[in-house]
Design a protein around this ligand. Structure first.
Ligand code: CIZ
Ligand code: SF4
Length: 359
């Protein structure tokens, strides 16, 4: 990486001055120039746990996006402060489900006479107020590595109810559909898509009654871009190539891939892959590049012809990190992410239900 040597020296000096008082978390989709200063790296779920395991750190500097910093604030002790080096580092997927829209949808499910059958499940990639909504309405949070366990748990919660259990899943329709159909044995017809921009989600009462999965019309702007056509082209060129993708990719892409799994699964798979093997990976480009650099004995390609970073992840750059760290050295806290007490309590209920899932 072509990090400015002056900024590298300043980040190093600031970290040294702060010592144990600061703990820097780096999401796998972060730039190399930032990752080099991370005390630990991980996906959103692992980082939330890593933050909770550092009670002695006064400050958690979260190099990732806003919803992740919120989750860290919920799971760490009240005296710890979580800092997001750039407040503009949001997540377009999380922004696709706003609390008001979800509450309107919930009311519409009541009007359709099905709300009693529904358990709300939100993906980790959602704002704290959406997690709190799930907490107070009998639901839970899930990640890409435990979505199947979360769906199973949710169906069990309402298994004896008239008409059968339903899940309302947000914000990522693809993770919801892929998990329901490919892991739980539901059919594509069991899934309907709730469009928050349409009256009653664009669905009829009959459709809601028949559905087992109500999927929010949200997606990831990075993972949603991979296409089955590129997989066909790569296979035509190299029949031995292994296609490895994240479950935020579309159903068509996931069904064509050889392996599907969370960010941590993708990393472990590449680490365990034999020397000389060929891979095309469908996930964020900073991570794919880093995997290619770390494994020069394997042929690792990106599953797209065009550049495909997560633009909001990339907002956290070395200048922002240096600014956040130097501010702490100077005794000024910047960009503290603080979830209010009520939201925290209810979101924690939904997060704890996830942490209690088997496996
Ligand atoms: O797409 C993302 O942002 C993912 C997979 C995040 C995470 O770490 O779970
Ligand atoms: Fe959000 Fe997708 Fe970026 Fe992840 S990769 S932070 S889901 S926009």
């Amino acid at each position: 990486a072509s990090s400015d040597p002056d900024l590298v020296a300043r980040a190093r000096a600031a970290k040294e001055a702060l010592g144990e008082r600061v703990f820097v978390l780096g999401h796998h989709y972060q730039r190399d120039e930032v990752i080099q200063f991370a005390d630990v790296t991980g996906d959103s779920f692992k980082l939330a746990r890593d933050a909770a395991a550092r009670p002695e750190a006064e400050y958690i500097v979260f190099c990732g996006v806003h919803f992740m910093a919120e989750s860290a604030d919920i799971l760490t002790s009240p005296s710890q402060k979580v800092i997001l080096p750039d407040l503009a580092a949001g997540c377009s997927m999380a922004d696709m489900a706003r609390l008001g829209q979800v509450e309107d949808a919930w009311d519409a499910l009541a009007d359709a006479g099905v709300q009693d059958q529904v358990v709300p499940i939100t993906y980790m990639n959602s704002s704290a107020d959406i997690k709190a909504f799930c907490g107070r309405n009998g639901g839970a949070v899930c990640t890409s590595s435990n979505a199947d366990a979360a769906l199973e748990w949710a169906f069990e919660q309402k298994q004896d109810i008239d008409g059968g259990a339903k899940i309302f899943f947000f914000p990522d329709q693809h993770l919801g559909r892929n998990t329901a159909v490919l892991k739980m044995g539901l059919s594509l017809e069991d899934c309907v898509v709730w469009n928050p921009l349409k009256l009653n989600g664009g669905l009829t009462v009959d459709q809601l009654r028949d559905a087992k999965m109500i999927l929010w019309k949200g997606h990831c702007s990075v993972h949603g871009r991979f296409t089955p056509e590129v997989i066909d082209e790569l296979r035509a060129k190299d029949p031995e190539i292994n296609i490895l993708v994240h479950p935020e990719c579309t159903y068509e892409v996931v069904t064509k891939a050889d392996l599907v799994g969370s960010t941590e699964f993708i990393i472990k798979t590449i680490e365990a892959a034999p020397s000389g093997s060929s891979w095309a990976i469908g996930t964020e480009l900073n991570l794919v590049k880093r995997l290619a650099d770390a494994h020069p004995d394997k042929n690792i390609a990106f599953l797209e012809k065009t550049v495909c970073f997560c633009s909001t992840m990339n907002r956290i750059d070395l200048p922002h990190l240096v600014w956040a760290l130097e501010s702490l050295v100077a005794g000024t806290e910047v960009n503290v992410i603080e979830v209010d007490a009520d939201t925290k309590r209810e979101a924690d209920v939904a997060l704890q239900r996830m942490l209690d899932l088997p496996g």
